[in-house]
Design a protein around this ligand. Structure first.
Ligand code: AMP
Ligand code: MG
Length: 498
């Protein structure tokens, strides 16, 4: 007999993490919230994941996305992990304000975690309330979706909910919940957790789990764990090179915020550069500039050393040999990273192959951008328009520099180099525009959208999402969102939003 009261199945869960040994997590249910309202459902992502939009939009959907009802097949848990925060060892962190509902497999065959962020306390919450204020949830939604559109590997935002609850921070704030989609939420800190407990059995189970889930090719190697270390190193190098090529500052590259599958995760005080300043720090808590823009590759390397150290025991029974093997792999990071960065920056400049002085040309540009306080994103975008035969179209890019004469000198060299490219002017422009965005979610605009949303006006939030979905497309009607902030609009500090 049909049961008309049975809610529709929202997710075809196929959970694997919850079947790992009990030390990997604490099973815990989300807290109930008084009056959940769906602010945003990411319909593109809903489709990509093979989910049902109408079901997720229904009361049943909102109940599940707010944690008020545990959807059929979910097995909610808070993941255990440790981490190095600002270089200091913290033996236990874990999901203090997030819950893994379970995993689904998309029509493309990829397994994804579905996680609620801000869904109430867990055994890892320590002094925190396990909740998230609306501002940081909208910030993560906008920035992670923009990162995806820019082609930077990232966790995604499936939905944002306001809970109807007021949560206490410096001032009372509306509570919110993000449903986050990720290839998985295992971090370097997850490995460190078992390493610190001398729990080699579970460490091995974790490594096997990750190899099967993310790096199955490692199984073809004579030493899959060494191959895992190499593949994770490659992925981190690729990721951080992309951050650098788009002017993105993560802001809290603690080892618990570095995901093993190589996606950008944990959008706290992150921000995109406006003016190019390699030493730029936005985060209000990063007093020493550990996670400044230019330090990101160095920190990624440091984090990988923590990862390597945590799996020493799997690499080789001999400590010395394990150390040597790990070092050999980790030492490859600077070269792999530099190669990725170099090839990316040459492409940004419209150069298809590297000729002897090209890297110097690129470095010189960055140098004069810093000196002339040029806008990072617009400099590259406006270079697309510049003619390779004369300076007549230099005006718009030149204007970005406080020191236009330095630009003139540099542009001469660049033009000379462009003559060696066997490509039409139109084709070069097309290729450059396809990788140099016109739009990034600029800090001052994101903040304005959040302020409006706190006054119940979500129009700007929606508009930024629409514009940043096509970051490479020319959208002259949205010039305001393309331009850097005026002096009085500049945001100097960003916050973790815990
Ligand atoms: P994050 O800075 O977001 O990477 O978080 C670092 C650690 O603090 C993680 O273990 C989080 O789960 C925990 N945490 C952050 N905010 C809260 C909160 N509001 N309540 C409980 N735990 C939190
Ligand atoms: Mg974190």
């Amino acid at each position: 007999m049909e049961n008309y009261h049975q809610p529709a199945v929202l997710f075809n869960f196929d959970n694997t993490y919850s079947r790992l040994p009990k030390q990997f997590y604490k099973k815990v249910s989300p807290s109930k919230v008084p009056e959940p309202k769906l602010i945003k459902l990411n319909e593109d992502l809903v489709e990509e994941l093979g989910l049902d939009k109408n079901n997720l939009n229904s009361q049943n959907g909102v109940d599940a996305l707010s944690g008020n009802r545990i959807p059929y097949g979910a097995d909610p848990l808070a993941m255990a992990y440790a981490g190095h925060q600002f270089g200091s060892w913290v033996p236990e962190l874990g999901d203090g304000r997030a819950l893994l509902l379970g995993e689904i497999i998309s029509p493309g065959g990829i397994r994804h975690d579905i996680q609620l962020k801000g869904s109430g306390p867990t055994p890892f919450s320590r002094m925190g309330d396990g909740k998230a204020p609306l501002g940081p949830i909208l910030r993560e939604y906008i920035i992670s979706e923009s990162m995806h559109s820019l082609g930077i590997p990232t966790t995604r935002a499936l939905s944002a909910i306001v809970t109807g609850e007021t949560i206490i921070r410096e001032i009372p704030m509306p509570g919110a919940i993000l449903t986050r989609i990720s290839k998985s939420h295992v971090r370097i800190g997850t490995f460190e957790y078992f390493f610190a407990r001398n729990d080699t059995g579970n460490l091995r189970s974790l490594a096997d789990y990750i190899i099967n889930r993310h790096y199955p090719k490692a199984l073809e190697s004579s030493n899959p764990y060494r191959q895992l270390l190499f593949l994770v190193t490659m992925k981190q190098a690729e990721l951080v090179a992309k951050w650098m090529l788009f002017g993105f500052i993560h802001g809290v590259m603690n080892t618990d915020n570095m995901q093993i599958a190589g996606e950008t995760i944990d959008y706290g005080p992150c921000a995109f550069l406006d003016t190019y300043d390699p030493k730029k720090v936005f985060s209000s808590i990063d007093h020493a500039g550990r996670y400044s823009f230019e330090n990101q590759p160095i920190i990624a390397h440091w984090n990988l050393a923590c990862f390597a150290q945590s799996i020493f025991s799997l690499l080789d029974p001999s400590k010395d040999s394990a150390h040597k093997q790990a070092k050999e792999i980790i030492d490859m990071f600077p070269t792999i990273y530099q190669e990725k960065l170099n090839s990316g920056i040459l492409q940004k400049l419209g150069l298809s192959i590297e000729i002897h002085d090209d890297i110097k040309l690129a470095k010189d540009l960055l140098h004069i951008m810093a000196e002339g306080k040029a806008d990072f994103t617009l400099t590259f975008r406006r270079l697309c328009e510049v003619s390779s035969t004369s300076s007549e179209l230099d005006g718009p890019v030149r204007l970005l520099f406080d020191t236009p004469k330095l630009f003139d000198k540099w542009a001469k060299g660049w033009r000379k180099r462009l003559l060696l490219e066997n490509i039409s002017e139109q084709e070069r422009k097309r290729k450059m525009e396809a990788i140099n965005p016109e739009f990034i979610p600029r800090n001052h605009i994101v903040n304005e959208a959040i302020q409006n949303a706190l006054d119940q006006d979500f129009n700007l939030f929606e508009l930024i999402l629409r514009i940043c979905k096509q970051p490479f497309k020319s959208q002259p009607e949205y010039r305001k969102f393309m331009n850097p902030p005026l002096t009085h609009q500049e945001i100097h500090q960003t916050f973790c939003g815990t």
